[in-house]
Design a protein around this ligand. Structure first.
Ligand code: MRU
Length: 350
């Protein structure tokens, strides 16, 4: 059976999150009892990865709603909006966060005729639906994406776009898991992903747990292995995809895309439609989160630089659409021209 852990779980009106800061050395869970704790868990990277952040935020809205004491719907909804503002402010790049809070707000409005206690219960159910849909979406992405991989594939991935980064199964790793079930995967090269080490700590951990052969490399080794030959393709996730197909993903993704292009290696992006932000026209319009400088100054807890120096820590970069071979969504595979074909995939009936 796939994976023996749950990334996000709603239990007895509390949200249990696997603590991703502690992996792979410790498998422990953070339990959130209110929306403020959810906001802090997202901000502090207990939970991370665009779809996982979205699911967690939806649960945050549901938890927040349970704590609201309101006179009428208008009063209730004002309080929901404030909760959503707090959650939205936690991380700026992953658009799934806002997608989820907007969906929860629309759900409230749709049910405004009901008693407030009923809306509170239904918001819990809606958050659970978002989680279930996310897992189903990833299975579908896995199915479409696995078709793109050649037999005996060696796949390079960057960051963690797996079960840990989603409600379950994963986007980029969802493709790898499906291809592995089909006997197509020879090996996965996992970039370590400095500075937060999502590749070394999380991708390596979950692939190993699911018996997928994995080889860990540092980020600066990707070019060496591509030049040597034997990398069939690159598969990564996304935090936000602009209307023109530009992709924001973990810092270093752009570098991998340029290298893949240089070596004529297909570069695939796996993401649900909730990661595509039609309102953002192109990559330069995507807000890029700047994270604490200590992540760069230190390696884990160990200081590895003088400390009193100028440091930058952008958490994401943008890969222009021209470097992307295809974007794999739950509705199918999108290729260039991306602007037109992204619109088409939204309109596609399934
Ligand atoms: O800073 P993080 O760990 O939240 O960044 C995660 C990534 O960049 C992932 O590659 C992306 O969210 C896709 S997750 C399915």
């Amino acid at each position: 059976m796939f994976q023996s852990f749950k990334t996000i779980e709603w239990k007895n009106d509390k949200v249990h999150l696997i603590d991703q800061r502690k992996l792979p050395l410790e498998e422990s869970y953070v339990v959130c009892e209110d929306y403020q704790q959810i906001a802090s868990a997202i901000k502090n990277m207990v939970v991370r990865g665009a779809p996982a952040i979205g699911v967690t935020a939806a649960m945050g809205v549901a938890l927040g709603a349970l704590g609201i004491d309101a006179k009428n719907f208008t009063d209730f909804f004002e309080k929901i909006e404030k909760i959503c503002d707090v959650l939205d402010a936690t991380r700026p790049t992953a658009v799934n966060l806002k997608w989820a809070t907007e969906r929860m707000k629309r759900f409230c409005q749709k049910n405004r005729h009901l008693p407030l206690s009923e809306i509170q219960q239904r918001l819990k159910m809606e958050a659970a639906t978002i989680l279930e849909e996310d897992i189903a979406t990833n299975r579908q992405i896995g199915k479409w994406g696995a078709e793109l991989l050649p037999p005996r594939a060696t796949v390079l991935t960057h960051c963690n776009a797996g079960a840990l980064a989603t409600g379950g199964y994963g986007t980029a790793l969802g493709i790898i898991y499906t291809a592995h079930e089909q006997g197509k995967i020879v090996e996965v090269f996992a970039d370590e992903t400095r500075p937060f080490l999502q590749g070394a700590r999380l991708t390596a951990w979950e692939l190993k747990k699911n018996h997928v052969p994995v080889r860990l490399i540092t980020d600066n080794m990707a070019g060496f292995f591509m030049k040597k030959g034997g990398i069939s393709c690159v598969v990564v996730g996304a935090d936000r995809i602009a209307a023109n197909g530009d992709v924001a993903n973990k810092i270093g993704t752009y570098m991998v895309a340029v290298l893949a292009h240089r070596h004529d290696i297909p570069f695939y992006v796996a993401a649900p439609l909730s990661t595509i932000d039609i309102k953002t026209p192109d990559g330069p319009a995507i807000p890029i989160e700047e994270r604490p400088i200590e992540e760069v100054i230190n390696f884990g807890r160990q200081q590895v630089s003088p400390g009193d120096i100028k440091v930058s820590n952008p958490a994401f970069d943008v890969t222009p659409a021209e470097l992307i071979t295809a974007i794999v969504t739950e509705k199918g595979v999108v290729r260039a021209p991306f602007k037109e074909n992204i619109q088409r995939i939204f309109d596609k009936k399934i």
